[in-house]
Write a protein that binds this ligand. Structure first.
Ligand SMILES: Cc1cc2nc3c(=O)[nH]c(=O)nc-3n(C[C@H](O)[C@H](O)[C@H](O)COP(=O)(O)O)c2cc1C
Length: 335
């Protein structure tokens, strides 16, 4: 029996549902080519950050205003970013180079939170030849005066602003922390998003007790984290007209299969690639193929969404009753 792994995401036809998520591994043409060879169906480049763009604009302004009096300190204003990703021009060049070398779709990523001049870079990204744009809205509302409504409006305005300047397929990557994630998802789609990438992993701060400094450490994910996307993609599939990408915690074929069953169009991976290397893609794809064969599906399309909220035999598993059941069924040696 021939089995098709094909899927569609943001209107792009993909040979299979595995996409390399934004990470340092997608930041050079060499590693992008390795990922394509390993079998990923599309790649998302690391984000170009609002701070980088604004900083560069301030630098130009500063140089024009003060000429040779410009200080080297100012140039090092965002040292972390300049070592991750070298700036807007290099970013646009990466898109062009990737498009020349790869035959799979190249998705660029813009990362920001405020309305402003940096949004015009969406247009430059389109002109550089990207196949789609992922807008990563990573906002941490620490101001007690800012209401949930304000935050939501900010997301919607930003998506509208970007939609206005590009005709590219647009995906929006968001975190899970909304009072009503399903309603927020539908607002973003109304504002012009063609797809949603669920979910951003927010970096939680920690304290270094030796230096008494706040520190940020990025830990790679665990499989259990995939349940957050599993729940909300399952709820949204068929109800919000958009493509869905699951990101966060996909390490095994089981993680991949479950996310497709709830309705993900693609599954994005970063941590598992960073841990295992590009060859892990082949293991996941073979695993998916074998699973489909074992369960007598002929294609990814046939199994996709069959366990979403509207189709699964026990949709209550998605809501509060699931929580009650989990509490009641909890067993431990010490209780
Ligand atoms: C080292 C590293 C760098 C990342 N850089 C970006 C980035 O530039 N833009 C972005 O949207 N996500 C970025 N991510 C998040 C990943 O794309 C992904 O959404 C997240 O790690 C969850 O997926 P995973 O469990 O497969 O790692 C980064 C993740 C890692 C580990």
């Amino acid at each position: 029996m021939s089995i098709s792994l094909k899927t569609e995401y943001l209107g792009l036809s993909l040979t299979n549902p595995i996409v390399a998520s934004a990470s340092p591994l997608t930041g050079s043409v060499e590693s992008l080519a390795q990922l394509e060879k390993a079998g990923v169906a599309a790649v998302v480049l690391p984000s170009l950050f609002e701070e980088q763009i604004e900083h560069e604009a301030q630098e130009v302004h500063h140089l024009l205003a003060f000429g040779s009096e410009s200080t080297p300190e100012a140039i090092n204003y965002f040292p972390e970013l300049s070592s991750y990703n070298t700036g807007p021009d290099t970013y646009l060049q990466l898109i062009k180079d990737a498009k020349q070398v790869l035959s799979i779709p190249v998705i660029a990523s813009l990362n920001g939170i405020s309305r402003g001049g940096w949004v015009r870079h969406a247009k430059l990204i389109q002109a550089a030849g990207a196949d789609a744009l992922e807008l990563n809205i990573y906002f941490v509302p620490t101001d007690v005066q800012v209401s949930g409504e304000d935050v939501e409006q900010r997301y919607v305005d930003l998506v509208r602003d970007v939609r206005e300047v590009v005709s590219l397929p647009l995906a929006v990557k968001i975190g899970p922390y909304f009072s009503s994630p399903a309603n927020m998802a539908s607002k973003l789609v109304e504002a012009g998003a063609n797809g949603l990438v669920l979910f951003n992993r927010f970096v939680q701060p920690d304290i270094d007790l030796e230096t008494m400094q706040m520190v940020s450490q990025l830990d790679l994910s665990q499989s259990s984290e995939a349940r957050q996307a599993l729940q909300w993609i399952g709820v949204l599939h068929n109800r919000v007209k958009a493509s869905f990408a699951a990101t966060g915690g996909v390490h095994s074929r089981e993680d991949l299969v479950k996310l497709l069953l709830v309705g993900a169009d693609v599954v994005m991976i970063a941590s598992s690639l960073l841990k295992q290397g590009p060859s892990h893609v082949c293991i996941l794809l073979e695993g998916l193929h074998d699973w489909l064969e074992e369960y007598e599906y002929t294609s990814v399309g046939q199994m996709k969404g069959s366990m979403c909220y509207d189709h699964c035999p026990n949709p209550k598993g998605y809501d509060r009753s699931n929580y009650m059941k989990a509490l009641v069924n909890y067993t431990s040696k010490s209780v």
